[in-house]
Ligand binder design. Structure first.
Ligand SMILES: C[C@H](O)[C@H](C)C(=O)SCCNC(=O)CCNC(=O)[C@H](O)C(C)(C)COP(=O)([O-])OP(=O)([O-])OC[C@H]1O[C@@H](n2cnc3c(N)ncnc32)[C@H](O)[C@@H]1OP(=O)([O-])[O-]
Length: 719
C-alpha cells in the first residue's frame, strides 16, 4: 500500500501503491502513518518525499469505502501529523492529486508538480465537500475567491494554473520524484513553521461578506436543489471567519450531514454508473472485453443540418479527418461558415489552433468512398435515410462502418439496405452534438460486436459518454420521454397549467420543465413524427380532434397548437409566449389558459386541483415504468445505462442519480403502489400499468440497484 525507501542518503521516500489511482483506502492510510513514523524516527533521514506509483499521485479517498463501515486511521489526524512533522515533507505530484489526495499534499510543507499534472477538490461532484482539511487549508494558501471557485465547482486545474494560484511551489517537465528528492535535500534545514498552512491567516478581500453573498446566490441558482455546493460555501466561509480549529469543527459538521445524505449516495452511484456503461454487453453475450474495435482514422458525415454540423465539429476537434457532405449548395455554404465558427470559438476557449484543415467538404456522396466510418445525419425521414444507406453501401469500402444519427427510427431497416448489415449501428447524438456528452450507440439484430466496439471507442475518443443500447422505437432516451410528455399533456387536460407542471419539475432539479423544453426543441418536431404515424389526424367521422387512439388515451393538445403555427421559441408562441421568435424568455400566455379552458369544455373535461405530488409521480413514475420495460426487453443491459442516458442526455438532476436510482430511493413498492393508483384512475393509459419486472423486483424483496441485473436476467430467461 505505501512503500518506504531511503534515497540519496538522507531522504525518506514514501510511495503510494494502490492501482489504479492510489486511493486512500484504510490500508493505504495505515501505510502512510507507518511510513511517516519510520521516516521521522530514522536519524539519517533529514527530509521526506511522498509520491505515487505509476505516475499518479492520488485520486483521493477510496469512494468504494463510503458505503461501508469506515476503518483504519482517519485522514484528518494523518494529515495533521504530516504537517506537524519535524522534518520537511515534499509532495511529488504526477498525473492527478484530487480530493483527499490534494488535501494530503496540502498537509505537506512543499508541493512539486509535473507540468502535465492536474489537481483539484472534486468532492462536490460526489455530494460531499473537502472533508480532510481542504476547505480550511486551501483558502489560507490561495485566498478565498480562488478557493471558493475550486471547491464549489470541483474543477481540475492544470499544474500551470496551480503554480499561478500558489497551490504548488514548482512545476517540472522532468522526473518529478527526482526533482522532489533534490528539492527535499535543499530544504532539509529550512524552518517549517512558515510552511504549515493551517497556521496561515485566511486573507480575505475587503468585501468578503458581499463576495460570499454573491457566490451563495450563484451557487443556489446553479445547484438546482443540490445541497453539497451550498455546504462548500459555508465551509469556506468558516475558514474566512473562524480560527483554524473551529473552522475544522465546522467542516466536520457539514461533512457529516453530506456524507449520510441521499444526494451523496446518488452522486457516488452515478460516479460508478458512468464507468459501468463503458463495460457494455449485448443480449448475444458479446461484451466490451471480448470485442476488439477497429481503428477509425477517417470519417464522414452525410447531411450538414444542425446535427451534422455539430457531429463534424466533434470529430474534427478530436483530431479525425472528416469528409463533410451536403448535396444542397446553399446549405453547404451555410454549413461551412457555421462549422468554422464553432471550431474557432471552441479552439479559443481551449487555447488551441482550430482544426479547420481536418475537414474536406463535398456535395457528392462519391467523396466518402475511402473513409473508415460514415455517420448519416440527413432529415429524420425513413425513405430518405434508406436511399442514403443504399448509396453509401454502393460507394463505400466493404469494411466501412455505416452509422445513423437517427433519434429513433429502425436501425435494422437501414441495415437491410446495405451489403454488410453487420457493420451498421446507430450513433444517436444529442443537440448540440459538439457539446452534449451523451451518445446512444444502437445495435440492431444484425449489428456485429465489432461495429458496436468501434462506435463505442469512437464515442470515447470524441469525448462522449457512450451507452450501448438495443434497437427499438425511440431507443432508450426518447422511448422513456414519450410517457413523460404524455402525462404532462394529460395533466393539462385535467386542470394543470404549463407553468405549474414546469415549476414542479424544475424544483425537482430539471434544468427545464417539460413545456419549456418542448418550446426550445420545437413543437413541430414531434408533430411531424405523430403525423407520420397517423396519430395527429382528426377523427375521420367527426373531423374533430379525438382523445382516443386504438383504445388508448391520446391528447391532441400539442397537435392543435401546431395547427395554429405555435411551434415554440422559433415562432415566439408555444406553450408560452416570447417577446419575439427566437427569444428564450418564456412568459405565461393568457391565450393558452383560455384555449385550455375551451378545450376542456369542448371535451367535457372537468378540471380538478392537481398538486406537486401528482405532477411529479405521474410524469416521473410513467417514465421509470417504461425504463423497467426497457430493461425487461433487454434494450438496456442495466439501470446504470438508463441513468447515464437521462443525466447526460435529458438533464435529469444528477443529485437524484437518474430515473432508476431515484425509483430505488423512493422505494420500488411505493412506485408500484402509486402506478397502480394512477392506472386504476386512468385504465386507458397503458404506460401507467406497472411493468412485470417492477412487480418482480418488489416481490423479490426490493434488492439494491446493484443487484437488479441478476433479477433482470432471471425475468428475461423466463420470457
Ligand atoms: C476526504 C476527501 O475530502 C474526500 C471525501 C475525497 O477524497 S472524495 C474522492 C475525491 N476524488 C475524486 O473525486 C476523484 C474521482 N476519480 C476521478 O475523477 C477519475 O477516476 C480520475 C482519477 C480522474 C481518473 O480518471 P480516468 O478516466 O483515467 O479513469 P477512471 O475510469 O475514472 O478510473 C479508473 C478506475 O479507478 C476507480 N477510481 C477512480 N477514483 C477512485 C476513488 N477516489 N476511489 C475509488 N475508486 C476510484 C474508478 O472507479 C475506475 O475503476 P474501474 O471502473 O476501472 O473499476
Amino acid at each position: 500500500m505505501a512503500q518506504y525507501t531511503r534515497v540519496s542518503g538522507s531522504v525518506g521516500l514514501i510511495t503510494l501503491q494502490s492501482p489504479p489511482v492510489n486511493a486512500l483506502s484504510a490500508a493505504m492510510r495505515q501505510g502512510i502513518v507507518d511510513m511517516m513514523q519510520r521516516a521521522l524516527s530514522e536519524p539519517e533521514v533529514k527530509s521526506v518525499v511522498i509520491c505515487g506509483q505509476n505516475g499518479i499521485f492520488c485520486g483521493g479517498a477510496d469512494i468504494k469505502e463510503f458505503g461501508g463501515q469506515m476503518s483504519g486511521p482517519p485522514l484528518i489526524p494523518m494529515i495533521h501529523a504530516i504537517e506537524a512533522a519535524s522534518k520537511p515533507v515534499v509532495a511529488a505530484i504526477e498525473g492527478i492529486a484530487l480530493g483527499g489526495g490534494l488535501e494530503l499534499a496540502l498537509g505537506c510543507h512543499y508541493r512539486i508538480a509535473h507540468s502535465k499534472a492536474r489537481v483539484g477538490l472534486p468532492e462536490v461532484t460526489l455530494g460531499l465537500l473537502p472533508g480532510a482539511g481542504g476547505s480550511q487549508r486551501l483558502p489560507r494558501l490561495i485566498g478565498v475567491p480562488a478557493a471558493l471557485d475550486l471547491i464549489t465547482t470541483g474543477r481540475h486545474v492544470t499544474a500551470a494554473e496551480a503554480l499561478k494560484f500558489g497551490l504548488v511551489d514548482q512545476i517540472t517537465d522532468h522526473n518529478t520524484v527526482n526533482v522532489a528528492v533534490k528539492f527535499a535535500q535543499r530544504v532539509a534545514d529550512q524552518p517549517l513553521d512558515a510552511r504549515r498552512i493551517s497556521t496561515y491567516p485566511c486573507l480575505c478581500p475587503s468585501d468578503v461578506a458581499v463576495l460570499f453573498e454573491e457566490v451563495m446566490q450563484r451557487v443556489r441558482r446553479t445547484a438546482r436543489g443540490a445541497i453539497a455546493p451550498i455546504a462548500c460555501v459555508q465551509a469556506v466561509r468558516a475558514a474566512a471567519t473562524l480560527p483554524y480549529n473551529q473552522g475544522m469543527e465546522r467542516e466536520r459538521e457539514l461533512m457529516a450531514t453530506l456524507f449520510t445524505s441521499g444526494q451523496a449516495r446518488a452522486l457516488q452511484y452515478f460516479f460508478f454508473a458512468q464507468r459501468a456503461v463503458g463495460r457494455w454487453s449485448m443480449p448475444s453475450g458479446a461484451r466490451w472485453d471480448t470485442s476488439k474495435p477497429r481503428p477509425v482514422h477517417k470519417a464522414a458525415v452525410i447531411g450538414l443540418g444542425t446535427m451534422g454540423r455539430g457531429i463534424t465539429v466533434a470529430l474534427a476537434q478530436a483530431g479525425f479527418s472528416v469528409v463533410a457532405v451536403e448535396t444542397q449548395e446553399k446549405q453547404l455554404m451555410e454549413a461551412k461558415q457555421a462549422i468554422s465558427g464553432m471550431l474557432e470559438r471552441g479552439a479559443k476557449r481551449r487555447g488551441v489552433a482550430p482544426a479547420l484543415d481536418k475537414i474536406n467538404y463535398g456535395r457528392n456522396i462519391q467523396s466518402v468512398a475511402d473513409v473508415d466510418l460514415v455517420i448519416e445525419a440527413v432529415f429524420e425521414d425513413m425513405a430518405l435515410k434508406k436511399k442514403v444507406f443504399q448509396q453509401l453501401s454502393a460507394v463505400c469500402k466493404p469494411s466501412t462502418f455505416l452509422c445513423s444519427n437517427t433519434s429513433g427510427l429502425d436501425i435494422d431497416q437501414l441495415a437491410c439496405q446495405t451489403r454488410n448489415p453487420e457493420l451498421v449501428v446507430g450513433m444517436h447524438f444529442f443537440a448540440p452534438a459538439h457539446v452534449m456528452k451523451l451518445l446512444e450507440v444502437v445495435y440492431g439484430p444484425k449489428s456485429s460486436p465489432l461495429a458496436v466496439a468501434t462506435a463505442m471507442q469512437l464515442g470515447k475518443k470524441i469525448g462522449k459518454v457512450s451507452v450501448a443500447v438495443g434497437n427499438c422505437r425511440g431507443f432508450v432516451g426518447n422511448r422513456m420521454l414519450k410517457p413523460y410528455l404524455e402525462q404532462a399533456l394529460f395533466l393539462l387536460e385535467e386542470g394543470a397549467t404549463p407553468e405549474f407542471v414546469d415549476q414542479v419539475l424544475e424544483e425537482f432539479g430539471f434544468a427545464m420543465g417539460v413545456f419549456r423544453m418542448s418550446d426550445l426543441s420545437g413543437l413541430d418536431v414531434g408533430w411531424k413524427v405523430r403525423m407520420a404515424d397517423g396519430l395527429a389526424m382528426p377523427d375521420p367521422t367527426t373531423g374533430q380532434p379525438t382523445r382516443l387512439r386504438q383504445g388508448r388515451r391520446y391528447s391532441p393538445l400539442g397537435d392543435l397548437l401546431c395547427e395554429q403555427g405555435r411551434f415554440g421559441q422559433k415562432t415566439g408562441r408555444g406553450w408560452y409566449q416570447y417577446d419575439k421568435p427566437g427569444s428564450q424568455v418564456a412568459k405565461p400566455d393568457p391565450w393558452l389558459h383560455s384555449f385550455l379552458d375551451e378545450y376542456r369544455a369542448r371535451h367535457a373535461l372537468v378540471a380538478h386541483r392537481i398538486d406537486h405530488q401528482e405532477v411529479l409521480e405521474r410524469c416521473l413514475y410513467s417514465m421509470i415504468n417504461e425504463g423497467f420495460r426497457i430493461l425487461e426487453d433487454g434494450i438496456a443491459a442495466g439501470p446504470e445505462d438508463i441513468d447515464v442516458i437521462y443525466v447526460f442526455g435529458y438533464s435529469w438532476p444528477r443529485h437524484h442519480g437518474g430515473p432508476m436510482f431515484y425509483a430505488a430511493t423512493v422505494g420500488l413498492n411505493k412506485v408500484l403502489e402509486r402506478l397502480e393508483h394512477y392506472y386504476q384512475a386512468h385504465p386507458d393509459v397503458p404506460s401507467l400499468q406497472p411493468c412485470h419486472l417492477l412487480r418482480k423486483l418488489v416481490a423479490s424483496g426490493r434488492p439494491p440497484i446493484q443487484k437488479w441485473r441478476e433479477v433482470i436476467k432471471k425475468v428475461r430467461s423466463q420470457l
